[in-house]
Write a protein that binds this ligand. Sequence first.
Ligand SMILES: Nc1ncnc2c1ncn2[C@@H]1O[C@H](COP(=O)(O)OP(=O)(O)OP(=O)(O)O)[C@@H](O)[C@H]1O
Length: 589
Amino acid sequence: MAVLKKLFAYAGNHKYLTMLSLFFSFISAILLLMPFVCIWKVVQVILDVYPNFSLAGDAAQYGWYALIFAVAGILVYVMSLLCSHLSAFRIASNIRKEAMHHVMKLPMGYLSKEGSGKIRKIIDESASSTETYLAHQLPDMVQLVTTVVAAVVCLFIFNWKFGVASLIPLALAFLNMSKMMGKDLEVSMKEYMDSLEGMSNEAVEYIRGIPIVKTFQQTVFSFERFYKSIKNYEKFALGYTDKMRMPMTGFTAFVNSIFMFLIGSMIILVLNGFNVSSLIPDFLFYVIFTPILAVATNKIMFASEDTMLAQDALDRIESITKREPVKYPQTSKQIKNYDIKFNNVSFTYPDTDVEVLHDINLNIKSGTTVAFVGKSGGGKSTLVSLIPRFYDVTKGSIEIGGVDVKDMTEKDLMDKISFVFQDNKLLKKSLYENIKMGFDVDKNDVLDALHKAQCDDIIAKFSTGLDTKIGTEGVYLSGGETQRMTLARAIVKNAPILLLDEATAYADSDNEYLMQKAILELSKNKTTIMIAHRLSTIVNVDCIYVVDDGKIVESGTHKELIANNGLYSEMWSQYRQSVDWKVGEFVCC
Ligand SMILES: Nc1ncnc2c1ncn2[C@@H]1O[C@H](COP(=O)(O)OP(=O)(O)OP(=O)(O)O)[C@@H](O)[C@H]1O
């Protein structure tokens, strides 16, 4: 019921179609039981007239009734499936739409951390599971339960003594079944499903890493996480199977032992003076009828596992839809300029408990260019990612032009900022569409931006020029090329704030020089924040902030920081040494 209630939350008016399908399932179950009653009647008629079979005219009539009930039952079942499929498709589609809609509202940081593949897999596979559940498993479940209940009622109507005999093993089978549906087993099933998902994610990671494994001649054990995920799966799969073993054995034994109880009761009745010939029609009926119960009960057992799987699928969808979305106001407050201010900002990544930024205060003036430098893992990228609200600050606030970024609409905030990151994504669209991205620019503007971002060679490489579609056969862009394309996109967007995180990391030396020139040009009169490991690229910026262990430990111009003799000065001399060493080595050779 809980599963159905959750599914109905996505159903809208289609829930009535689901209910209609369940009603048809119920009717079809009753209709499909009727032929057995007719067969019982046939047996009775034949035994009544025995050995004058010519008097058994009613038997044929009951035969026809049996056929009519069977056909009607099948037709109603088909109608049930028709309704269930229509509603299942709609509900699964609503789940997909609602989940995707929610994903769009989630922090961008969450999306890049989880990865689009994983999110797509959860939504797609879970929606498909609920579709199968609603289209087939639920109507079948209603049919099976109706069959069992109606059959049990029939058992008592025709001969209560045989009824009791058949019911004892059934009751014992149900007792065992209830043990397989308890909270404990639900937890085990969830652990099992989680370990399965974990193993499948790690397998993807392993396949991605095969080149590294081969290059460094490692074994599978170097992928410890994959190995652990397999072990984990083994542990939960065995644990789950172990918990199921006794109740499953009991269930199978009792559900298939109805005959034994019937024969036993027949013997007891005869020994107690009942007339054999008067018992035979009922006994035959029970012999024919009770296997339906065994089969239906067996199927209910497996169907209840389907319900658990559907519940699990919904829980997985909820792990996305219950995530707190980024809240934007309806209207923005008016910003005064493009100053960026951090007020006592601290930050801890969601689902972690280690604070990675501690009480940061910054005031970056409109139109200036600043750089964040520091050791790897110090928190530079995190700092930058808080400005466009990839994540929200845990403490403090960030302002643009005197307005808290949380008081700006999504469009307003995004309109103000362009980014070029180390790992950028291009869409599977044409080069033109990838740069235009809905901005109000024409082909000439796009070509101009591509030229400024040093992309002429990329366009020249493809015979279809700007119309070349990325991702189609033979169209592949390297990391450096992708980075240049993203720079062109930022040039086209021409937003007043520019965030560059290792924007030239993949560029070769020729391109880097030219890209730096383009960035210099683009950053004119803009508030620009750069993250760079190659310190030579930031010596001329207005202010350098040295980030270490989540704090700003130094700030000033290049000259001031060198004179300071602090961490920056140390980083600079190490950087110079590495450059000189490379040049020296090159000269030597
Ligand atoms: N998505 C995330 N979830 C949890 N912790 C994260 C996440 N991203 C980064 N961190 C942690 O935050 C800290 C700062 O990372 P960040 O990427 O901001 O450093 P960085 O100075 O930019 O490093 P680099 O120069 O290597 O890019 C690190 O300890 C890192 O492990």
